[in-house]
Design a protein around this ligand. Structure first.
Ligand code: CP
Ligand code: NVA
Length: 306
């Protein structure tokens, strides 16, 4: 974990499998063990929000407070950025007041710009391209249910979503088998696919990207989905036409492994990407997944800051 101190947390592509697994182990201790409550004593974290958030906002703030630190919530509309102040100046100034900047932004490039000019760690709380804290909590949750076993994770729906990109990378770091079932126009970004394949060569994972959802879920231990209309997308009407065959309903769940678990980062749109009977069924572990955002956020904050 020591190797993460002072670093940014912008994408899981920056982590080695060992670093990722160290975060998972430490998350376990934060959830089930006894961890000192003063690991972030005297540390301040600035949280910048350019988009709404429930789980991420509350988990990262409670995680900071619970470890003895202070979280400052800064909606972007209340910062001078709203009146045109540059990301560079914001990063330089905040670096003189606080110990980390956590930001949920429209563009991954905003995080990169923040990180370029900040002298403190920058943490990605979701961008158009990645959602690394989510994927850490996702893998933690998978391990709670499946242990150290190699599993097959299948993502259905918007393969170009931030959550899919990060979960693909996380699964590659774990050496999992990963399938995406998505319409061709919404397949994952090719630069991410390339990096995932490189990581999998070392970790022994496999990746398949398919148009046929039924083919994709064969043997799935985990079926994962996310909204079809991520924050900021513009082609909603078109999406509502092409995504219905990828809905996670009982019919598709029955085609996976009998012990399959269904995951969703939430918020979900019931009747769109997931049906009510699946969302609230014994198959669904979405609320455990949401809870684990807290324990895993603690491991990240501790690793970067303490
Ligand atoms: N899963 C997730 O990031 O949820 P919020 O948008 O509520 O933070
Ligand atoms: N892909 C979704 C995730 C929300 C937590 C979005 O970006 O809106």
């Amino acid at each position: 974990l020591r190797s993460l101190r002072g670093r940014d947390f912008l994408t899981l592509l920056d982590l080695t499998p060992l670093e990722f697994k160290a975060l998972l182990r430490r998350s376990w201790e934060h959830k089930y063990g006894v961890v000192p409550k003063d690991l972030l004593k005297g540390k301040y974290v600035a949280g910048i929000f350019e988009k709404p958030s429930t789980r991420t906002r509350v988990s990262i703030s409670v995680a900071t407070f619970d470890l003895g630190g202070v979280f400052l919530e800064l909606p972007i509309s209340n910062l001078q950025i709203a009146r045109g102040e540059s990301i560079r100046d914001t990063a330089e100034v905040l670096s003189r007041f606080v110990h980390a900047i956590a930001a949920r932004v429209k563009q991954q490039s905003t995080l990169e710009e923040l990180a370029k000019w900040a002298s403190i760690p920058v943490i990605n709380l979701l961008s158009d391209k990645f959602h690394p804290l989510q994927a850490l909590a996702d893998i933690f949750t998978i391990q709670e249910f499946f242990g150290d076993k190699k599993v097959k994770v299948v993502f259905l729906g918007d393969g170009s979503a931030n959550t899919n990109h990060s979960l693909m990378i996380a699964s590659a770091l774990m050496g999992y088998d990963y399938s995406v079932g998505a319409p061709k126009d919404y397949w994952p970004s090719s630069d991410v696919v390339k990096r995932v394949e490189e990581i999998m060569k070392k970790t022994g994972g496999t990746l398949s990207i398919l148009e046929d959802p039924v083919e994709a879920v064969k043997g799935a231990d985990v079926i994962y989905t996310d909204t079809w209309k991520s924050m900021g997308v513009e082609d909603v009407e078109r999406r509502m036409k092409v995504f219905p065959p990828y809905q996670v309903n009982m019919e598709i769940v029955k085609k996976a492994s009998p012990r399959v678990k269904v995951m969703h980062c939430q918020p979900w749109y019931i009747g769109e990407e997931i049906t009510e009977d699946v969302a609230y069924s014994e198959y669904s572990i979405a609320f455990e997944q949401a809870e684990n955002r807290l324990h895993t956020a603690k491991a990240v904050l501790e690793a970067l800051l303490s």
